[in-house]
Design a binder for this molecule. Structure first.
Ligand SMILES: O=c1ccn([C@H]2C[C@H](O)[C@@H](COP(=O)(O)OP(=O)(O)OP(=O)(O)O)O2)c(=O)[nH]1
Length: 150
């Protein structure tokens, strides 16, 4: 996977490249370039000033860090297409009632690179296989409502 500094004015020079906290970490930590205050219940977009080039057939998934999630700071959006060439941005929402702060070069998210099905879309009149679930969902397999197949 290719990564480059890519940003706004001089800021991209300060961008910190994503890296793994440990050799076994699934996610690459993403760093913010500037300090910021996250107001309670407000959504804020952060530039990482990093361009990520995911291999074709893969996408980047911007995922939360558990330490921030515990403080009520969660991630919204988060799909990085393999053909996107801009700076990876992180959309954070402070769901708590308190101010939250991030400092320059804080880790604000982690990026997982995942395979994704890239098939073309074709219209069909009905599902091509019959499944046990059928159209059941939203609790259809709860004990009381389970279908019984004999
Ligand atoms: O958390 C995110 C979500 C998206 N993006 C970038 C990469 C992604 O490839 C692009 C478009 O994202 P998405 O497809 O979710 O946006 P859209 O609202 O559908 O707009 P578009 O018309 O640009 O696809 O924006 C980010 O940097 N961070």
């Amino acid at each position: 996977m290719q990564i480059r500094r890519h940003g706004r004015g001089y800021l991209f020079k300060c961008a910190k490249l994503p890296n793994r906290g440990t050799a076994g970490s699934a996610g690459l930590d993403l760093y913010c370039v500037e300090a910021a205050v996250l107001l309670p219940h407000i959504v804020t977009k952060f530039f990482t000033d990093i361009g990520v080039q995911c291999p074709l057939g893969h996408y980047g998934h911007v995922c939360p860090r558990s330490s921030l999630a515990l403080k009520g700071v969660i991630i919204l959006a988060g799909v990085i297409d393999s053909d996107y060439q801009g700076s990876t941005q992180v959309v954070l929402e402070n769901t708590s009632d308190e101010l939250a702060t991030v400092e320059k070069h804080d880790r604000i998210a982690q990026l997982l690179v995942k395979p994704v099905h890239m098939g073309t879309v074709i219209e069909v009149p009905r599902p091509q296989q019959i499944t046990q679930r059928g159209e059941g969902g939203f609790g259809s397999t709860d004990v009381s409502g389970a279908k019984v197949w004999v």
